[in-house]
Design a protein. Structure first.
Length: 325
């Protein structure tokens, strides 16, 4: 690396990406070679891959001294991969992107041009069209972004992705948040700073299959809401108060009707409906409360977010902190 050039770190979490990793490296390197005012480093994170992903990383590191990799002891999830990559990145600028080429490297020069003058602290990409996704998944995604914006009071535009280039200050601020339960999209919005958004049309995976299933995406959305908002708890309390008021009014209405007109109260159907409704609401609100208890339980344990099995880089101070937590 040239000492007189600013360093761009590319953080790339990977899980079973053997079919596309070499293609990603070649495509991205071709773009980086055109960005002559920057030097670069790749920081690949192997998140417990079962295929040849790690072997490909090692081969790339042999031929390119600017390739670094970290391999986890098992699959810890993308959030752990992102955290490990950001901690290992030494660049003046850091870009987070996926290895499947759905985050097109061709946008890197445009992102850097917007970032280098100092007006913005990060440049992020948002999708305007989601190729290959069904109607239900698109509607769920749209609803998720709207809910997150309202619940967390956090600016997460619809279609926001993890594809983002950040200044060193921005990255350091993200790393200052040390919670175990991480939701990076929310963290990016929470730390603030000026962000410039670039819209782009979604690209198909270059190869392989997406690791995100509907169940995983649903769990991920719940984790994000719980991590950045206590409004579901307030909603449960408010709804409980509303039900209490309504039940009191209903009781008074039946009492007056029976006392004045002698109308018998219809018993069995009404009773069954009320029991089922109240039981369902109680279980729902207990589930909401349980999510918060579960997150607090994991935070109190103080376990590391990830465990590194092998790597071709020395641990920096941030990585050491991760192992200690």
């Amino acid at each position: 690396m040239s000492d007189d050039k600013l360093l761009l770190s590319l953080v790339v979490p990977c899980c079973n990406e053997e079919e596309v990793l070499q293609n990603f490296y070649d495509t991205t390197l071709a773009v980086l070679n055109g960005m002559t005012e920057l030097s670069y480093e790749f920081v690949f994170i192997d998140d417990g891959s079962k295929d040849k992903t790690l072997s490909i990383m090692k081969e790339l590191a042999k031929t390119d001294k600017n390739v670094r990799y970290i391999s986890f002891s098992r699959n810890f999830g993308k959030e752990a991969g992102i955290l490990a990559g950001l901690r290992a990145a030494a660049g003046d600028y850091v870009v987070l992107m996926d290895a499947d080429l759905q985050h097109p490297p061709k946008y890197l020069p445009e992102m850097y041009d917007k970032l280098k003058d100092g007006k913005y602290d990060s440049v992020a990409m948002k999708r305007t069209h989601r190729k290959g996704e069904g109607l239900f998944r698109r509607l769920f995604s749209k609803m998720f972004f709207k809910l997150m914006t309202k619940l967390a009071e956090n600016d997460i535009p619809e279609g926001a992705t993890d594809f983002r280039m950040m200044s060193r200050q921005f990255v350091d601020s993200v790393l200052s948040l040390t919670e175990y339960n991480r939701f990076t999209k929310g963290i990016f919005g929470w730390v603030g700073y000026e962000t410039y958004w670039i819209s782009y049309k979604d690209e198909q995976r270059a190869a392989g299959k997406s690791k995100w299933k509907s169940g995983s995406l649903f769990k991920y959305s719940i984790d994000g809401m719980v991590a950045f908002s206590t409004k579901p708890l307030a909603f449960a309390s408010a709804f409980g108060l509303l039900l209490f008021v309504l039940s009191t009014i209903t009781m008074l209405v039946f009492f007056i009707k029976t006392l004045i007109w002698g109308d018998p109260v219809a018993g069995f159907p009404t009773l069954i409906c009320v029991i089922l409704m109240m039981s369902g609401l109680q279980i729902l609100f207990l589930g909401i409360l349980g999510q918060y208890f579960a997150k607090a339980y994991m935070e109190v344990k103080g376990r590391p977010v990830y465990i590194t099995k092998e790597s071709n880089l020395e641990k920096n101070e941030n990585d050491k902190l991760s192992e200690e937590k």
